[in-house]
Design a protein around this ligand. Structure first.
Ligand code: TLP
Length: 354
């Protein structure tokens, strides 16, 4: 069978043997009634790992972020976000549609908001204006390259927000990548925030699920919000069992994915028509730009028959993500395949689309 290197996302990771075994024997109950013992174990473990009082198992990162915003803010409130954040770009405007919240996007260089710009964006109480209620951070920052916020950057941003009475929610879909890359305890990154969502289903390889963590009273509200948006699950302990394996067995190995991403970025340097941004490769993502007339779609379509699958980020920008399903050898294979395709002039002339 022809070789395939799946670089579209770390969401493509498959459950491990140990997860499948744990799922098969998981003790379960009705979690809407709060009676699933495996979910209880997962929620306790997740809360402890990120240093929060409590946590809640949710079906997806998107639902975790939505429940967090619904629990921190009221309709008509404003939520400050980074312009390329997943909450602003990729969550179908759920906060606006379901929560009646206004999102206020701020620009940033590499996904790292500056405390002064957040301070400038926080509104004084005024009869005409929405209330500034929440600041959202994203670590690692997906669309800006998988870049990391450090503990001191996180603290400085939280300080500004907290002084003005805002809550801080961290979209930490890949917070363990950020912790592993910086060689620090994840609590250094989650300690200053009021809530954090992180995904079990990405680099950690669980088939389904994310966690939302925070204070006990916040999680109680979030549990109601999860029910409202249809995320109350029944015997989901079978999924939580895989989530426990993810947290206990899969965190440290993320370092391998980071090494592989750097290896990939290095190997793709110097191709005609394609610029690979080495400077943003801090974790498991490699982003690149095609020079017009070559579009990202054309680049992706030409790589596919060679078994190299990658994702489009914008008309000229693309993304490759390393994960447990991609070995160092796969990286070398993929890089060689792409080099083979793009070192020589294209056999059929490329036409600009649009
Ligand atoms: N990201 C997915 C796509 O939706 C883009 C991916 O392949 O990277 N926050 C961040 C930072 C994310 O990257 C994602 C998923 C989510 C939240 C949402 O998680 P899910 O997919 O579980 O709803």
């Amino acid at each position: 069978m022809a070789r395939t290197v799946e670089l579209r996302s770390d969401t493509f990771t498959l459950p491990t043997e140990s997860m499948r075994k744990a799922m098969a024997i998981a003790e379960v109950g009705d979690d809407v009634w709060d009676e699933d013992p495996t979910i209880h174990r997962l929620q306790e473990r997740a809360a402890e790992m990120v240093g929060m009082e409590a946590s809640l198992f949710v079906p997806s990162g998107t639902m975790g972020n939505l429940c967090a915003l619904l629990s921190h803010a009221q309709p008509g409130d404003e939520v400050i976000v980074e312009v390329d954040s997943h909450i602003y770009q990729n969550e179908v405007a759920g906060a606006a549609v379901v929560g009646g919240l206004q999102l206020r996007p701020l620009d940033s260089e590499s996904g790292r908001l500056q405390p002064e710009q957040v301070l400038r964006a926080i509104r004084e109480p005024d009869i005409h204006e929405p209330r500034s209620a929440v600041l959202c951070l994203e670590n690692t920052h997906n669309r800006k390259g998988g870049t990391c916020l450090s503990p001191s950057q996180t603290e400085a941003l939280c300080l500004v927000a907290h002084r003005a009475g805002l809550k801080v929610h961290l979209d930490g879909a890949r917070i363990f990548n950020a912790a592993v890359a910086q060689r620090i305890d994840v609590r250094k990154l989650t300690g200053p925030v009021d809530s954090v969502m992180f995904c079990l289903s990405k680099g950690l390889s669980a088939p389904v699920g994310s966690m939302l963590a925070g204070r006990a009273d916040f999680i109680e509200r979030a549990r109601r919000m999860r029910k409202m948006v249809g995320g109350g699950m029944r015997q989901a302990g079978v999924l939580a069992a895989a989530g426990l394996c993810a947290l206990n067995e899969m965190v440290d190995r993320l370092a391998e994915d980071h090494v592989n991403a750097r290896r990939l970025a290095e190997a793709l340097q110097g191709l005609p028509g394609i610029d690979v941004d080495r400077s943003t490769v801090e974790t498991n993502m490699v982003f690149g730009e095609c020079r017009p007339p070559l579009t990202a779609r054309q680049f992706i379509d030409r790589c596919r028959p060679a078994g190299v699958l990658l994702d489009q980020a914008s008309p000229y920008r693309w993304r490759m993500v390393t994960h447990r399903g991609v070995s160092a050898d796969d990286v070398d294979y993929a890089a060689a395949a792409v080099r083979g395709l793009f070192s020589e002039p294209a056999t059929t002339p490329l036409r600009a689309t649009g």
